[in-house]
Design a protein around this ligand. Structure first.
Ligand code: ZN
Length: 143
């Protein structure tokens, strides 16, 4: 049975986290980028922690939330793909594998969003009702 499950994962037939069938067009394809280092730093709209040396970052700070956490990551850069059934499974997979999960958001014309091991905390802190919602991939030049 175990070998059969492994073949199903390899063929993208079942969710790599919960084993639900994701045959055909169901399921969401994620690019997985493992995290080397995570920093969670408090900051504000006028006092952003320095981003030097990190690869990607997300923050809770905007015009409505003038203080909050900045989540900075260094990644390993070995990217691979997995198919998962839901954003909740992507969150669980990101925690389990300490990875950033990137996906094309069909609701915003294929824009890249990211689910991280801290995404639930971030969404809760910004008052989002969808705790598994991915954050937009930041444009590196904006950091
Ligand atoms: Zn699943």
């Amino acid at each position: 049975m175990k070998i059969y499950n492994r073949i199903k994962y390899a063929l993208g037939l079942s969710c790599s986290n919960c084993n639900t069938s994701v045959f055909g067009k169901s399921g969401i394809l994620f690019k997985v980028n493992r995290i080397k280092d995570t920093r969670i730093i408090k900051g504000s709209i006028s006092d952003r922690p320095p981003f030097n040396g990190f690869d990607v970052g997300f923050s809770e700070v905007n015009n409505y939330n003038i203080t909050g956490n900045f989540y900075y990551y260094r990644v390993k850069g070995e990217i691979f793909s997995v198919k998962l059934c839901s954003y909740k499974c992507a969150y669980e997979y990101s925690v389990e594998n300490n990875a950033i999960m990137m996906f094309e958001d069909p609701e915003s014309r294929g824009k890249i969003r990211c689910i991280t091991p801290q995404i639930v905390e971030l969404n809760r802190n910004i008052g989002s009702t969808n705790l598994y919602r991915g954050q937009p991939m930041p444009n590196k030049s904006s950091w």
